[in-house]
Design a protein around this ligand. Sequence first.
Ligand code: GLY
Ligand code: MN
Length: 461
Amino acid sequence: MFPSTVYSERRKKLRAELSTGIALFLGNTDVAFNYPANQYTFRQDSNFSYFFGLDHPDLAALLDLDEGKDIIFGNDVDISDIIWMGKQPSIAGQAEKAGVSVTFPLKDLDEYIGMAVAKGRKVHFVPAYRAETRVQLASLLNTEYLKVREQVSEELMKAIVKLRMVKDDIEVKEIEKMVDVAWLMHTTAMKMAKPGVIEQQIAGTIEGIALANAGPVSFPVILTVNGQTLHNHYHGNVLSEGRMMVIDAGCESELHYASDITRTVPVGGKFSQRQREIYEIVLKANTEAAKAVKPGVPFRDIHLLAATVIATGLTALGLMKGDPREAVAKGAHTLFFPHGLGHPLGLDVHDLEGLGENYVGYDDEIKRSKEFGLGFLRFGRKLQTGFVMTIEPGIYFIPELIEIWKNENRNAEFINYDKVLTYLGFGGIRIEDDVLVTADGVRVLGKPIPKTVKEIEDIMS
Ligand code: GLY
Ligand code: MN
């Protein structure tokens, strides 16, 4: 855990954002895998971690905004627990580490919330992403499971987004340590990417590196020669000469801060002419986008800048035609770059996404687009000092999408379909870094992971 003052300070700032009532935080419970006693690895809720730090199941906490009290609810272990788990620190002892001096057994939470509800006090809580949490909320609030969602507190969500989006130095350090572990994961994957190797062997190895050096992977490893499928978790292909391999993987620190890095490499270690040409365009989109990052700039504009670099490069190669800016304005580039440039990163890989992307990534000034492509951009609003974002442009040749667009002759004034068809089977290329918005611009986090054609060919040779 961080020092207790970190958590007290965070709660103090949260109080300053909220009016009256109770801000309720339910920690996560254990979840059964295939029978009750065999459980998924425990992962604490990120908001609970952020404000209270304690990292085990069956805890709840609240800020009583009117009485100025912070309370942690949890049960001390008994002898039957100790036999299986060993001796555990008391709840009061743990709470002290979070700067909280008031604790109650978990069963008292029912009464506390029940009384608050009976008195008509506002109970603030955020959307539940687990059924277990929603069931608990329904019981606490004496409402129906399906009605819980209607009662979430926009005030609390907005306050949490405001606080968690801005990372301080200790948080950036945690993320950066995880990028350094990702360096080892990615360089190992690069060295292993030889013809005849099965994707699973590499995916398993790098997941093991995460576990051996940090926490678990921060999301299921994406490692595939079929990188045209953006989130491809199938790891059964045998690598062969001529394919590109996408590796999108990161890990979590003990305190649950994440890294999220993507590299794409040619199987066997040498780029073909065609691979290099597409790769250089994505690389330029990545580096130009990162350079454009600074406080006050809407991330949507940086996304569109990356899109323009991609359209310009593809036009030079003859895959697109016409004016690249006009092509981007019409969305023609989304045939090749259908997703958003990136997302916030922190305690969650898609940081805070559980609260709803639009609360996190959009505001009154910048609203989410409804267009194909731009509509997938998870974050469009202006950047601020302390935001940590991913920058992850890509170019993909998605056969099914190409077929639909070609049949409709969509954006035919900007796309050379005959040439595009010769790239079927190419796969996809994505290059992703994690960056910190600084007062005067940007810092790419962590030990640099091979990224240029030369760096990649060197490490793979
Ligand atoms: N790394 C997976 C994602 O950003 O969605
Ligand atoms: Mn990402």
